[in-house]
Each structure stands twice: as structure tokens, then as C-alpha cells.
Design a protein around this ligand. Structure first.
Ligand SMILES: Cc1cc2nc3c(=O)[nH]c(=O)nc-3n(C[C@H](O)[C@H](O)[C@H](O)COP(=O)(O)O)c2cc1C
Length: 474
């Protein structure tokens, strides 16, 4: 990245599913900082918002700017319900991500990413990023293309080591075909499985090239950052250096002396990233995970960082998509000191540690755990496995146990696994309707929630993204 370019000091971290929605990213970008939308499961988010009637008409307005109007029309015909579906009617689903997706599924991913970026960039000149998880591979190529059609300025990717992504972005900007090597379990012969995407099949004839967004990798150690600088398929323009107190998924604990089991895992001082080694790589970087205060921002700048990335404080502000009653419950508990944030080493089907808030009426509530029946119908976290005869299967340790075992999984892997797909989408008010009620939400947050209490004490519980930025800037 051209280091003379003015970079934002504050990045509002991408928060899935749909928490850092376009309203939040736009509010942050308008303050000359970087707003980041979440690209995770955004196709399901968009079709559920359409089924709720798209109040305000924002999605339909964005769709009217999509270059392929026949795609926009077909998505509207399939999913838009004027006035919204009835509250007890389940949401219509789309086929789960797969290696050979139908053309209509690919088109939906492209237009959904376009919509979220278009709306976040509408009416101002600030910069906007989109966040993806490396572990979710199948929608990645059309997602990046859709975000680029929307004019995204930055692509941020964590939860894995995204070595191939920078080269893919380069090629997509030249409208060249791209491929992504897929992680396949039980692939004992190490066969190469690739996902292909040709942008020329999904563009208007007049389109010749696309702006190349900058690429920021989210890393938890200097070693991974160095590997990316040396081995990535193109330029990694900078890093978000995220410690293990951050919200969402964390990198698994490293460098412990003893081999750890699920039960003995814990973070130690060895998991704290070495900032001076990152600075030696001469790329812009932002520090994340417990950096949301004016003092920590100053500290980050004094360590040669370009600034900080903040999640939790923005997740509770009024522009975030978390349901208002959940936000108010979190604020109440943070003010009286009873908010219980913990690292769950088992819940996430990805196998990565995941930060959870223990809260009544969510998936951490024993009553909800008891009544929820396992189901896998969104499938973003399904892992690929080799079935033999060049065939690929899909499995998730949070799916019904007997199905997972039939597919070669073990019972141990299923223990205490949570359906993050259904739980996280429920957190933003888009939970699926089941015969036992609405899917219970799953709430994630960073360990340090003091920024919430500090901001609420200053400006009240209905604080905005602008209030967060004013607080951080001191
Ligand atoms: C509700 C929530 C959801 C998150 N989801 C994601 C995500 O989808 N992808 C990601 O890279 N980081 C995610 N994060 C991490 C944030 O982007 C950010 O890096 C982190 O929260 C910074 O630490 P802080 O919460 O202490 O400010 C999430 C954080 C929260 C609070």
C-alpha cells in the first residue's frame, strides 16, 4: 500500500452474520474511518430481509443499480414478499453452498455482496471494507466478485491463512477466471480439489475491468503475517493483528508446552502477538482485541500501528443489526458487572475457539439447549470430505449426530457443538421458525466490554457509531 496514502485510524471490524450491516459500515465511513460489512452468509441475510418485505426499500433500490437486471428481477420474484411474510411462516431457504452450485445460487451470492457494499457506500466518499472468513470457502469467489462490482475498497479476511486471496483479487479486477484450492478432509491421496469461477459469465458486456480493492489479512501472530508477506499469491496490503480477547472466532492457542485436549485448552502469554516483529514487515497494520479506548489507540499508534480495529463497542451501537432487546440486556449486564463472556473451545464447528456471552433466552440458556433440535439447513460451516471415487461430501459436527457419524465423523466431534449458522442469523432478528419456536440466538463479544460501559455512561444506552468514534478519539 502506498504509505503516504491517508489511512483510517479506526476500523470497525466486520461482524457476522449480518451484525455489521451496511447501516453501521456507512455510519462509520461517513466519519472518515473504515466501516466494514460482513460478507458471511450475506445471501441468506438478503433473502430473509426481502421476505420481511424490505421495509424502507433499500435492498430494492440497490438492486436497481445492479448491472444484470435479469438477475435482480429473478431474485425479487423468488424472495420478495410485499408487506412481509406472516410471523409464524418459516423463511424460504436456498440450496446450501456446494462445489458445483447452480447458476442461480452463484448469481444470488454476487448480487447479495453487491447490495451490502453498494448501500454502505451510497451518498458519501468514505472507504468501506467487506469481511470474509477463510474457512468458509465455497461462496468466496463469487462473493469477492460481487463486492468488487459494488466498488468495495478493502477486503479483509480472517479465520485461516488466506494465501491465495490476493492473487484472486488481482485476477478478478482484470475479469480473468479464478480458482480456489479447497480443504477436503479424509483426502488421503492429497487430490487437488478446486473451485472455479469465471467473472466473464456474470458481467455486463460493457464492463472491461474492476477497481482492485486493497487486501488486509487478519492474523494472530507475526509468523503468519511473515508467511503471508513471503508466500501469498499477490500483495497483502496490510494486517489486522487480532489478540485472543477479540470477539467472534479466535486463532487456536499456540506454542503450549503440552499437547492440549479440548478440555485443557487455554490461552497463555505465548498467544500475544509480537507487535515489533509485525512492524518490521513494513506494511500498515491495525491492532484488535481490547483496543477500544483513547489510551489504547495512542498506544497502538506509538507502536507504529496505523490504528485499531474495534468490534464489541460497535456491535452494541444503534446502527448494528443485533436485536435491540439483546443489546439492552448486554448493556444492563455490563453496567452492573454481571456480563459473562467466555471462550468456548468446543462450540464452533470450525474447531476454532469462539467467544460467547452467557445470556438467558440464547443458545447458552440450558432451557433453550434442551428444546432445540439439531438441524443443518444453512450449511455455511459444513466441511468437505472425500467420499471416494472423486466424490465430495459435506458434513458439520453440529448437524444431527447420526447424520454426521454416517458421513464418517466421530461422536466426540459432535459434543457441545452449536449451530453457529442458525444461531448467529437469529441474533439479528432473522431466526428460522421451527415447530418449537424461533431458533435461539448465539451472541459473541470481545472479553473487554468496558468500552460499552464507558460510552453508555457518557452518552446513554442508545449510542451511535459516531459516539464510539468520538470516544475512541478522546
Ligand atoms: C458480534 C461480533 C461478531 C464478529 N464477527 C466477526 C467476523 O465475522 N469476522 C471477523 O473477522 N471478526 C469478527 N469479529 C471480530 C471483530 O471484527 C473485531 O476484530 C474484534 O471484535 C475486536 O476486538 P474487540 O471486540 O475487543 O473490539 C466479531 C466481533 C463481534 C463482537
Amino acid at each position: 500500500m502506498n504509505t503516504t496514502e491517508r489511512l483510517p485510524e479506526i476500523i470497525q471490524g466486520g461482524m457476522g452474520i449480518g451484525v455489521s450491516t451496511w447501516e453501521l459500515a456507512k455510519a462509520v465511513s461517513k466519519q472518515n474511518q473504515m466501516g466494514v460489512v460482513s460478507g458471511t452468509a450475506i445471501d441468506s441475510v438478503i433473502i430473509r430481509r426481502l421476505q420481511l418485505g424490505d421495509p424502507g426499500g433499500d435492498i430494492r433500490r440497490a438492486m436497481s443499480h445492479f448491472p444484470l437486471q435479469d438477475v435482480a428481477e429473478s431474485v425479487l420474484n423468488k424472495f420478495f414478499i410485499p408487506g412481509g411474510k406472516s410471523p409464524d411462516e418459516p423463511f424460504k431457504l436456498i440450496p446450501m453452498p456446494a462445489v458445483n452450485m447452480q447458476r442461480s445460487s452463484i448469481e444470488l451470492i454476487i448480487i447479495a455482496n453487491f447490495i451490502e457494499v453498494f448501500l454502505s457506500k451510497e451518498g458519501h466518499n468514505g472507504v468501506v471494507g467487506i469481511n470474509y472468513l477463510e474457512k468458509i470457502q465455497l461462496p468466496t469467489l463469487p462473493s469477492i466478485f460481487g463486492a468488487m462490482l459494488g466498488g468495495v475498497d478493502f477486503i479483509l479476511m480472517g479465520a485461516g491463512i488466506p494465501l491465495s486471496i490476493p492473487g484472486i483479487i488481482d485476477k478478478l479486477s482484470r475479469l480473468e477466471p479464478v480458482e480456489l484450492r479447497l480443504a477436503v478432509e479424509d483426502n488421503t491421496l492429497s487430490q487437488n480439489f478446486l473451485n472455479y469461477f469465471d467473472p466473464r459469465e456474470f458481467r455486463s458486456p460493457s464492463l472491461r475491468e474492476l477497481k482492485r480493492p486493497k487486501f488486509l489479512a487478519i492474523v494472530s501472530s507475526d509468523i503468519i503475517a511473515k508467511t503471508l508477506v513471503k508466500k501469498a499469491s499477490g500483495c497483502v496490503d496490510g494486517f489486522i493483528v487480532e489478540g485472543h480477547t477479540a470477539g467472534g472466532h479466535n486463532a487456536p492457542p499456540r506454542r503450549t508446552d503440552k499437547p492440549h485436549t479440548q478440555h485443557s485448552q487455554q490461552f497463555t502469554a505465548k498467544d500475544i502477538p509480537n507487535i515489533s516483529k509485525i512492524a518490521e514487515l513494513n506494511r500498515p497494520f491495525w491492532l484488535a482485541g481490547g483496543y477500544a479506548s483513547p489510551d489504547k489507540l495512542r498506544e497502538a499508534l506509538s507502536e507504529s500501528a496505523s490504528g485499531i480495529q474495534v468490534g464489541t463497542a460497535f456491535a452494541i451501537c444503534k446502527e448494528s443489526a443485533i436485536m435491540p432487546e439483546i443489546k439492552q440486556n448486554i448493556i444492563r449486564k455490563s453496567l452492573d458487572g454481571s456480563l459473562d463472556v467466555y471462550t468456548d473451545f468446543k462450540a464452533s464447528p470450525t474447531g476454532y475457539p469462539f467467544k460467547m456471552i452467557r445470556l438467558e433466552n440464547t443458545m447458552t440458556d440450558p432451557i433453550k439447549i434442551k428444546i432445540r433440535k439439531r438441524i443443518c439447513d444453512l450449511g455455511y460451516l459444513r466441511r468437505l470430505y472425500y467420499k471416494g471415487d472423486s466424490e465430495i461430501g459435506y458434513r458439520c459436527p453440529a448437524e444431527p449426530v447420526e447424520n454426521f457419524i454416517k458421513k464418517g465423523g466421530t461422536i466426540e466431534e459432535t459434543i457441545d457443538k452449536q449451530c453457529l449458522c442458525n444461531g448467529l442469523i437469529a441474533t439479528i432478528g432473522l431466526g428460522q421458525i421451527r415447530d418449537y419456536g424461533v431458533e435461539p440466538p448465539i451472541i459473541t463479544s470481545g472479553e473487554d466490554y468496558s468500552p460499552i460501559t464507558n460510552i453508555v455512561k457518557n452518552v446513554g444506552s442508545d449510542y451511535s457509531a459516531k459516539d464510539v468514534i468520538n470516544y475512541l478519539k478522546g
